[in-house]
Each structure stands twice: as C-alpha cells, then as structure tokens.
Write a protein that binds this ligand. Structure first.
Ligand code: GCO
Length: 442
C-alpha cells in the first residue's frame, strides 16, 4: 500500500499504547488479589501453550513506574490499561481490597505526572473466579455485579480518569469462552453462549449508567473487535452463509445491540428467550466513542467442530501475512473505519492494532514497523475520506501473555526479556516515537 505517511493528523489526536491487566501485571497472588477465571484456566491441562500463566507476566505491578517512564520516553500522550476486577474485589463483590485500589491510584498518578492521559477499561476478560462459581456471564446477576464494580472504580478514580471503557472485545471473549471452549472458562454450548452474550450487553448498559452518574465530565465508550469477514470461497453459498453468521457473532451482536438497540437478524430469534421486557433499552445507552480493535480481515467457511457450525477459512494464497499467520490488508482497516462512522455515528478511537511474531528475536522488528506504518497510513486515508478518528493505541506497549498462546507470540513495541524483566524498545518503538514527534511538531 502506498499510503501517505506525510498526512498530518488533527491536533489533539491521541497517540498511545494498550495493555491489559492479566497480560502484564503478574503479582497474581500478592496484596490480596483474588483468583480470576484465567488463573483457573491456566492451571487446567493443555489449555495454554507450554502451561504458561499470568502469575508473573511482565511484573508490571512492581515495574509500572519504569513502564510509565518508557511511554513518556516514546512521547505517548495516552495509555489504555485495564483494571483487574479480582484485584479490586477479590471475591467479585462485597469487600474491596484496599491494596488493589491503591495500585491503580499509583499507576494513574504516575501517568498524570508524565502527562499521559489514562484510558481505563473496566473488563479485559479476568472475571473473578468467585463469580464464575455463581454462574459467570451465563448468569444474569453478573451484569449487576459488574455495575457495582464499575461504581467502586468510578468513585475512586473518576476525579482523575475521564476516559472510560466498559468492556474489551465483547464478542471475542464470549465466543472463545462459551462457544469455542478455548478462553476461560472453557465452555462450548450454544445456549450458554447466547445467555453470556446478552448478559455482557446488559453489563455494558448498566456500567454506562453508573459511569455517567459518578464520573463528572466522563467520556464513556466500549471496545469492540471489528474485522472484515469474507467467505473463503465467494462463489460457494455455504461459505457466504458462514461468513454472514460469523460477521453477526463477531462484529455486529454487541455494537448493534448497544448502539442501534437490536440484535442482528440471525441471532435475534435465537437470543430472544433470554431477553426480558425493557432489556434493549437497558443495553442501548448513549455513549461518547467507539473503541475499535482491528488487526486483520477474517475468512470463513463452515466448521462442524463448533457449536455455531461456522469458523475460519483460509485467506487467499497471495495475501501477505504476519509472522503468526494473520492476513495483512490495510485497506480493510481503512474501510472498517469508514463503515463504522456511517453505521454508528460516533467518534472512533483505534484502541488496538498491532503485529504478532513468534519468530523475531531481540529488538529488530522491521515487519512490525512496516505494518504500523502502513496501517497508520490507511487510518490517514480514512480521515481524508471523512472518518472521525480521534486516536490510535498500538497493541501492545510490551510483549506480554497472549492468552492461550502463552508468551511465544510477541506483540510489543518494547521487548521484554522474561528472565530478567529487562525492557528494550524495538525498532518499531523508535519509529513510532519519531512519527509521533513529527505529528505533534515536537
Ligand atoms: C484481544 C485483546 C488482546 C490481545 C491482542 C492480540 O482482544 O485479543 O484485546 O488482549 O492480546 O488482541 O491478540
């Protein structure tokens, strides 16, 4: 792609990085943190590559000051992180853990001192195990407990944090956790999946109401994974139907419910038994921005091995791929940015975009650098064509725990040596820092 790298993004554009609690914090058994469903899953046999866990991860819990200094050195003006629900409420509800609340105070204060705007996401997949024991997201009660947890965080951090996201990638974690059986808690059941989808949507709506009431001047959003969904073989009607269903499950079920007030057609009838009177109004609350996580177009074809009968197909042979095999197509990113604006009419923040590698060693990462350059150029093209994009957060600041993939896939612009916990900016980080400096006229 020939994107214009000389494009100037509007003043005030956020240039940041994203992380999530379980993937970087470590200190899983310290200072009163309770277990999450990912702690449990990591201890089950053959669920995570090499039997790895988030127990230590990047030890960010102890090294957050160094990580904030790294961001400052790179010139980032925003940072998206998540709060670990089980660190704040070890049993998911009831008694708060003062030491856990203190940690995020220190992190937020360090960010503000470094003139980096904190973007706080309340839920990035680490449900307290105690709530899973009561039914997890398949139980409607979890939506209410989420709202109570949101209130604890809003009261504590709302004076300093203005940018809040309810939940990260609703569709991805519900699909992997309740349909494909890979993510925590590792269930494959279509009815449980439908219930979880609806309850997660209810949690979002209740969370928005709490944040609106408790965060003065808050800017509230939600983070969705939206990846163009194409049939593996466009001439095959079964592939087309599979892609259409996958598109509803992955891309539409959550933002359509939250922003348009209805479920997409293939899902609507199936989810109906779990929808109570007034629910769609509870879910569809006004928000201020759309958080987009985008990586790669997806190709789909039927798959009898999962409860929906649709799954991944192969991308065309001539499609460039990342080191972990994800298709690379910056034009799909540009088009998603343009389409989202038309469909949902909200400002968009790109809350994740990045390049994974299992083969790179050290800090030479020319392919990540090229990916970021081309995707940022595509974002510039979307802006020129009228998309209202206000910020970009690279995934991720650090190499980290990549869920079922363990530590082998590296997504960081900063290399982490897991033996020593030494952080070293990669070539891509230096490029990103120069690019941001150029954009900000520093
Ligand atoms: C996700 C996440 C991140 C991942 C990243 C790379 O949605 O999967 O938000 O936690 O690590 O997307 O796969």
């Amino acid at each position: 792609m020939t994107g214009r790298s000389d494009f100037r993004f509007p003043p005030g554009f956020r240039w940041g990085a994203s992380t999530s609690a379980y993937q970087i914090e470590g200190a899983a058994n310290e200072d009163g943190r309770g277990p999450s469903i990912w702690d449990t899953l990591c201890r089950m046999k053959d669920r995570v590559d090499n039997g790895e866990t988030g127990d230590v991860a990047c030890d960010h819990y102890h090294r957050y000051r160094e990580d904030v200094a790294l961001m400052r050195g790179l010139g980032l003006n925003a940072y998206r992180f998540s709060v670990a629900w089980p660190r704040v409420l070890p049993r998911g509800r009831g008694a708060v853990n003062a030491a856990g609340l203190d940690f995020y105070d220190r992190l937020i204060d360090s960010l503000l001192e470094a003139e980096i705007e904190p973007w706080l996401c309340l839920y990035h997949w680490d449900l307290p195990q105690a709530l899973q024991d009561l039914g997890g997201w398949a139980s409607r009660d979890t939506a209410g407990w989420f709202a109570d947890y949101a209130a604890v965080c809003a009261r504590r951090y709302g004076d300093r944090v203005k940018n809040w996201a309810t939940i990260n990638e609703f569709s991805v974690f519900t699909l992997f956790a309740y349909a494909f059986g890979a993510g925590a808690p590792g269930i494959s059941d279509r009815q449980e999946h439908l219930k979880a989808m609806h309850h997660v949507n209810l949690a979002h709506g209740a969370g928005v109401d709490v944040l609106r009431a408790l965060v003065p001047g808050g800017s509230i959003g939600a983070v969705h994974s939206v990846q163009t969904c194409r049939p593996e073989d466009p001439a095959n009607p079964e592939h087309c139907e599979s892609a259409a269903l996958f598109d509803e499950l992955w891309n539409l079920a959550f933002p359509d419910a939250q922003l348009l007030g209805h479920y997409p057609p293939r899902i609507a009838a199936l989810i109906e038994p779990y929808v109570q009177a007034g629910d769609m109004a509870r879910i569809c609350r006004p928000i201020d921005w759309f958080g987009l996580n985008h990586y790669a177009p997806m190709y789909s074809k039927p798959d009898d091995g999962n409860v929906w009968g649709c799954g991944w197909g192969a991308a065309p042979d001539d499609m460039p791929r990342t080191d972990i095999g994800w298709p690379m197509d910056p034009t799909a990113f540009r088009d998603v940015l343009l389409d989202l604006g038309k469909r949902y009419r909200l400002p968009v923040y790109v809350t994740e975009n990045g390049f994974g590698s299992k083969t790179e060693t050290g800090t030479d990462d020319p392919r990540r650098l090229a990916y970021l350059r081309d995707y940022i150029a595509a974002m510039g093209e979307a802006l020129m064509a009228g998309a209202d994009v206000r910020g970009y957060f690279v995934w991720s600041l650090l190499d980290n725990f990549e869920w079922n993939g363990g530590y082998a896939p590296r997504f960081g612009i900063v290399h982490v040596d897991y033996e020593t916990q030494a952080r070293t900016p990669k070539e891509s980080a230096r490029w990103y820092a120069d690019f941001i400096r150029g954009q900000r006229g520093v």
